[in-house]
Design a protein. Structure first.
Length: 172
């Protein structure tokens, strides 16, 4: 989306992605495919640009932090630590006065049952879940009891709310 907007005002975009099929490849001026742990490639990318931004929260914080030592990164790399985790993101948003659905941090199955007032709800992995991945609809505590998931990862349980429309919002 950023590459499309930049093109309209004659700004050249270079995208770094670990995905050879990155959607941005159709819109940017140059696509660099690299694992995020390859420091040499990250530095080559940084040397080609004037400023860095990101619109995908799953870029490792350490990569953005390293790039920020070479070029300006907006938003700050530290913001990525907040938005990579659904719990810290919701807590941050609530702390600045923006209301969200009620939620609780879930570390095990008993945490779900202790928060039965959030049922029906959505159980989501705190990290790396998106577009329905790592998400489970729980209508009642019986479904929660039958749930077979890996609790090595933290989850967040959000109360289901009635909505008329869902929109994506960028807060700056």
């Amino acid at each position: 989306m950023i590459a499309t907007a930049a093109k309209k005002i004659n700004i050249k975009t270079i995208v770094l992605s670990n995905d050879p099929e990155a959607p941005a490849k159709k819109f940017c001026d140059e696509l660099i495919i690299s694992d995020y742990n390859k420091v040499k490639n990250i530095e080559e990318f940084a040397n080609k640009v004037d400023v860095v931004t990101f619109e995908f929260e799953n870029i490792p914080f350490k990569v953005l932090e390293h790039i920020s030592k070479l070029k300006p990164v907006f938003p700050k790399a530290s913001i990525n630590l907040i938005i990579q985790n659904r719990f810290t993101e919701k807590k941050f948003i609530n702390n600045i006065g923006i209301k969200t659905a009620n939620y609780a941090l879930i570390k095990n199955k008993s945490d779900i049952l202790d928060n039965k007032d959030l049922l029906p709800g959505l159980l989501k992995t705190c990290t790396l879940g998106y577009d329905g991945k790592g998400q489970f609809v729980l209508e009642n505590k019986e479904q929660a009891n039958k749930l077979e998931i890996d609790f090595d990862k933290e989850h967040i349980l959000e109360k289901k709310v009635e909505i008329k429309k869902e929109i994506s919002v960028v807060i700056t």
